[in-house]
Design a protein around this ligand. Structure first.
Ligand SMILES: [Zn+2]
Length: 272
């Protein structure tokens, strides 16, 4: 492992990271959040739904709800990834396309984008953040809540006048690794769409150090109600998860002083 020779000092800088469900933050932006935090930046995680339609893979305690368990998991994962402040927008998981829960009045996909984007823009402004991380135009794999987060994040960035980094995955890279190398493969099968973007569409890529990939893995498996250890305990884990990819909308920010062009990092070789 190579450690960065000179890590930029990002104290005084803030990033808002907007996600749809507890666990998305670890799976799609865990390395980025950990790296920002390690550089001294303030990381504000905004989670739009409680993820209450996920299937519980472990028994819940008496009277415990899945949403309650997922909040605990989110808080623990946030600690691992260096989150300074967690904001819950309080909406319901909309479920997959065509599910009856799509029509619940509190489902995220039913909320007016204008209202929610103003709410997120107010968080950006109050925090004096200079960037927001959210999802690409497809919501990475077209989950209705992820598409909503894309629209809300894009408009909030415009209202607050900050750069948006739209998290995605490199479709070509992950396809080459096989059908189950990454959780996004199964997710995309559930919505029956191509996932992510092509390499030519990706503006910013971060590659994890060993420590960052270990933190990402720890954060992912902290979401034990959603992800089994077996789902990520495979030989391709490092190749599938050591990168995080973004399409930038707006001018570059200090985030890009943390990319491989900005600092030297070693290739990760973590094993689950
Ligand atoms: Zn999600």
């Amino acid at each position: 492992m190579t450690t960065p020779s000179t890590t930029p000092d990002l104290r005084g800088h803030t990033a808002v990271v907007l996600h749809a469900h507890p666990d998305d933050e670890a799976i799609f932006t865990g390395i980025t959040m950990r790296r920002l935090a390690d550089a001294g930046a303030r990381v504000v995680l905004v989670c739009a739904t409680d993820g209450d339609l996920g299937e519980a893979l472990i028994p819940l305690r008496p009277h415990e709800t899945l949403a309650g368990r997922r909040l605990l998991e989110l808080e623990r994962a946030g600690d691992i990834l260096g989150v300074d402040r967690l904001v819950l927008l309080g909406f319901r998981d909309s479920g997959l396309p065509g599910w009856p829960q799509n029509h619940h009045p509190m489902a995220l996909m039913r909320q007016p984008v204008g209202t929610l984007s103003r709410r997120v823009a107010e968080i950006i402004e109050a925090e004096q953040a200079e960037m927001i991380l959210h999802y690409d135009w497809r919501g990475i794999y077209r989950h209705p809540d992820h598409v909503a987060v894309h629209r809300i994040g894009r408009q909030a960035a415009r209202l607050a006048g900050v750069t948006s980094y739209e998290a995605t995955v490199d479709r070509t890279h992950l396809t080459r690794l096989g059908d189950n190398a990454h959780l996004v493969h199964a997710a995309a099968r559930s919505t029956d769409v191509p996932f992510g973007l092509f390499p030519s569409e990706i503006t910013v890529t971060l590659r994890a150090t060993y420590a960052e990939l270990s933190a990402k893995l720890a954060a992912i498996v902290t979401h034990a109600s959603q992800v089994t250890g077996e789902a990520v305990a495979h030989a391709t884990f490092p190749d599938a998860y050591r990168f995080e990819w973004y399409q930038r909308i707006g001018p570059p920010t200090v985030l890009e002083t943390l990319t491989e062009e900005g600092i030297a990092v070693g290739s990760a070789q973590v094993r689950p």
